[in-house]
Ligand binder design. Structure first.
Ligand SMILES: C[S@@+](CC[C@H](N)C(=O)[O-])C[C@H]1O[C@@H](n2cnc3c(N)ncnc32)[C@H](O)[C@@H]1O
Length: 273
């Protein structure tokens, strides 16, 4: 095909091609700091590749823009923040992340915030049976972020370690902190009818126990917070009660045995109807 017969390229295609090239170069960047294996408490796999995969989801499914004010709840040891250092454009593009594990926050402060002035990391001492059993903060706390101040907020593999009370707390605080046009991107194990059937047929990993009335289900009775699933109706109703509505259909993941690219289910919420 020569230039005369080629279909014209539109602005969206150009933007997509630029973003694809940007992702590739972030993925290949050997100068980004990666925490040593012994300090990584957030999961196996290629640290940078997983962060890049989520950056793609944030842009393609969540509408993240380089000028957005971003808040991450449960930032761990910077797996999502690291690729964002190459995407967010200061001064408008700014990131705050917090977590309950001080060691992760210290690493992020020393290795990310020290090099990027538009990034900050906070330790908030919320109790979590698995990650921070002696935590002194609870669901009565107000997060130290202004109302109506954030364009893009996310929780990756965090509500999968929370009970219903904490999940409701974060939905409430997320709704408060989001700007009216903002988005909340959450990964979860969502128990809708199809996933429940797959879990019952033992296709799912984690293999959640379905006994009990819900809204939460656990997979490991010895370590209940290791993996938590929520009834879809309860989860979406709880979000709606805080004024958060699904912005797009849930992108179901392959944890349940469905065929999908992503592992956990991805929910993108927006304020209002
Ligand atoms: C599987 S890790 C995921 C970390 C990070 N989101 C990522 O994807 O790299 C789960 C994270 O949730 C954090 N977490 C647990 N309870 C929390 C709470 N109540 N508030 C905020 N973060 C919490 C843990 O400390 C841990 O960093």
């Amino acid at each position: 095909m020569n230039a005369a017969t080629r279909a014209p390229i539109n602005a969206i295609e150009i933007e997509e091609a630029i973003f694809a090239a940007q992702l590739k170069s972030i993925r290949r960047n050997n100068f980004l700091p990666i925490p040593p294996q012994e300090r990584n408490f957030v999961g196996d796999g290629d640290f940078l590749a997983i962060g890049c995969e989520f950056l793609r989801h944030f842009v393609e499914l969540g509408g993240l823009k380089p000028q957005h004010r971003v808040l991450e709840i449960g930032c761990g040891i910077g797996r999502m923040a690291l690729p964002l250092t190459q995407f967010l454009e200061a001064p408008a593009g700014r990131y705050s992340g917090f977590d309950v594990v001080p060691a992760g926050i210290e690493w992020c402060q020393q290795n990310i915030a020290a090099a990027y002035a538009n990034f900050e990391f906070l330790h908030l001492d919320f109790k979590n049976q698995l990650y921070n059993p002696d935590g002194r903060l609870d669901e009565q706390t107000v997060l130290p972020f202004e109302s109506d101040s954030v364009d893009f907020q996310f929780m990756i593999s965090v509500v999968t370690h929370l009970d219903p009370a904490y999940t409701t707390f974060y939905l409430r605080e997320a709704a408060r902190v989001l700007r009216p046009t903002g988005r909340l991107f959450v990964t979860a194990f969502v128990m809708d009818e199809a996933n429940r059937t797959l879990v019952a047929a033992k296709k799912a990993r984690p293999a959640f126990h379905l006994e009990g009335e819900g809204p939460d289900y656990i997979a490991d009775k010895a370590h209940p917070m290791a993996a938590v699933a929520f009834d879809a109706d309860w989860f979406l109703r709880s979000a709606r009660a805080q004024g958060l509505h699904l912005q797009r259909p849930i992108a179901f993941g392959h944890w349940s045995g469905r065929v999908a690219e992503n592992f956990q289910d991805i929910c993108v919420f927006q304020r209002g109807k």
